[in-house]
Design a protein around this ligand. Structure first.
Ligand code: ASP
Ligand code: MG
Length: 474
């Protein structure tokens, strides 16, 4: 056994979402215990549970409680059936059921209270959302103990201390370091596997908070970085990070490794494998991160590395991955009167920010006669009217000729850290697109040179992704 090495493993919603998945998870924990002296397990809610809880709470706050009974029985069935299938020891099984039942009761009470009040505060929503992980914790704890692994369940609300920014809380790392070590180290020292909840924490006063949807990856990174662990493994339902969406291009392959800067770009441009906040803590703590598949555990998955080997190339390829975000619109502000006028961009983005819309891509032609940026299609009417209001007097004076939006477009992003050192990559990108008859509407290159983004018509999305994927696999 290697000297006292620590591993944090997080199981996502599908990895604890069924009896079969849980069987595999137990085997994974057993195997990890053989190779690692200290193992911590972080769990998500069973798949579908967080959505069910939040949807029920939202309807309740609008006065609709007639589906509450249904949700209640669905939650009970989901957890209890799995317990019945997997847990042989009666007292372990019954204890877990009792605790889960109590959590379901508090779900019903919270929803009824919301219905009476006719509102759902962020704080109350977090209390409801937290129940998913709190239930799966009991489930996983019983299953793991029943399999004979020495394990103990601990709620992360006792040591992940956050601010009171409910639904998107930020951890206070100083306090969290102290409390996490105090809660988990004694168990780890005794060879016990602590099993804890992802996604949730609590304020110093003890109010339950959540770290944002999909936040249990982030929990694993927080716990891993404060212990500190040597490695954090994220168990999910795909083999790792792929070169592109396999639904678009069947030749997509799993990347054996990817740089932190590259994955940041991918997460930003729509690849939903890791919660984007996961990267910072592990990077700062210098901890290894691996993404692996609960349903294919012998696959090595994808490793995140600080700097990608051999100039960022995998098999000599500079381009690592291609992503597409659909349903975007390009908004253009144009007018001859904008030339040399300072502050137009600041005011434009101020107006966009006032609608709480985030902008994935910006380009400005050097003529300064137009500013162009992308926003999600469904938000484009709201953004347009905010801009028209902000520039009402310039529009009246004809300094700005018009503010308009295209039809739906897609942003295609090509990612690869090696592009920085390799001249001519953008040339290859454009010749690929040209030879596949894809028309490019706008271009942006991040200053980090880790990615190039292009805007294409919706109908060209698949074509563009396939064409650019040829730069990786052909
Ligand atoms: N259960 C939470 C969610 O669905 C957190 C997670 O799964 O990471 O958002
Ligand atoms: Mg999840």
């Amino acid at each position: 056994m290697p000297e006292q090495k620590t591993l944090v493993m997080k199981f996502g919603g599908t990895s604890v979402g069924s009896a079969d998945a849980l069987k595999s998870a137990v085997q994974i924990i057993q195997d990890a215990k053989r190779d690692w002296a200290r193992v911590v397990v972080v769990t998500s809610a069973m798949s579908g549970v967080t959505n069910l809880l939040l949807d029920s709470a939202a309807s309740a706050s609008q006065g609709t409680v007639d589906t509450l009974r249904e949700s209640e029985s669905a939650l009970r069935a989901k957890h209890f059936d799995t317990l019945n299938t997997l847990v042989e020891d009666e007292s372990l099984r019954e204890e877990a059921k009792q605790e889960i039942d109590a959590l379901i009761l508090s779900f019903v009470n919270l929803c009824n209270a919301m219905a009476v009040l006719g509102e759902a505060s962020p704080r109350a929503m977090d209390a409801v959302a937290s129940l998913g992980e709190r239930m799966s914790l009991r489930l996983l704890g019983a299953v793991v103990n029943d399999a004979g692994i020495k394990a103990k369940t601990v709620e992360s609300t006792g040591f992940v201390v956050t601010n009171d920014h409910f639904q998107n809380a930020h951890p206070d790392f100083k306090v969290t370091i102290e409390k996490t070590r105090a809660s988990l180290n004694p168990l780890l020292d005794d060879g016990i596997v602590p099993i804890t909840t992802g996604f949730i924490g609590a304020t110093p006063e003890g109010a339950i908070t959540t770290l944002g949807r999909g936040g249990s990856d982030y929990s694993a990174a927080i716990i891993g970085s404060v212990l500190p662990a040597d490695d954090v493994w994220i168990w999910t339902d795909v083999d790792g990070i792929m070169t592109t969406d396999p639904r678009i291009e069947s030749k997509a392959i799993t990347l054996p490794e990817i740089g932190y800067n590259e994955i940041a770009e991918l997460a930003y441009y729509g690849a939903k494998v890791l919660h984007p906040k996961t990267i910072r803590p592990v990077l700062d703590a210098g901890i290894g991160l691996r993404i692996c598949n609960t349903f294919n555990p012998s696959h090595p998955g994808t490793r995140l590395v600080a700097s990608v080997k051999s100039n960022g190339k995998v098999d000599g390829k500079v381009v690592k991955a291609v992503t597409a975000i659909r349903k975007q619109r390009l908004i253009t502000i144009e007018g001859r009167g904008m030339l040399g006028v300072p502050g137009v961009a600041a005011r434009a983005f101020g107006a966009v920010a006032s609608t709480k819309t985030s902008v994935p891509l910006i380009t400005q032609a050097s003529s300064e006669q137009s500013i162009c940026f992308a926003v999600p299609s469904e938000l484009s009417p709201m953004v347009l009217s905010a801009l028209e209001q902000a520039f009402a007097s310039e529009i009246a004076d004809e300094d700005i000729d018009r503010v308009w939006a295209t039809d739906d477009v897609s942003i295609i992003t090509v990612v690869g850290a090696g592009m920085r050192h390799t001249p001519g990559v953008s040339g290859q990108v454009f010749s690929k697109l040209g030879s596949h008859n894809v028309n490019v509407l706008a271009i942006a290159q991040g200053s980090s040179e880790v990615s190039i983004s292009l805007v294409v018509d919706t109908t060209d999305t698949e074509n563009a992704v396939k064409a650019l994927h040829e730069l990786i696999v052909n």
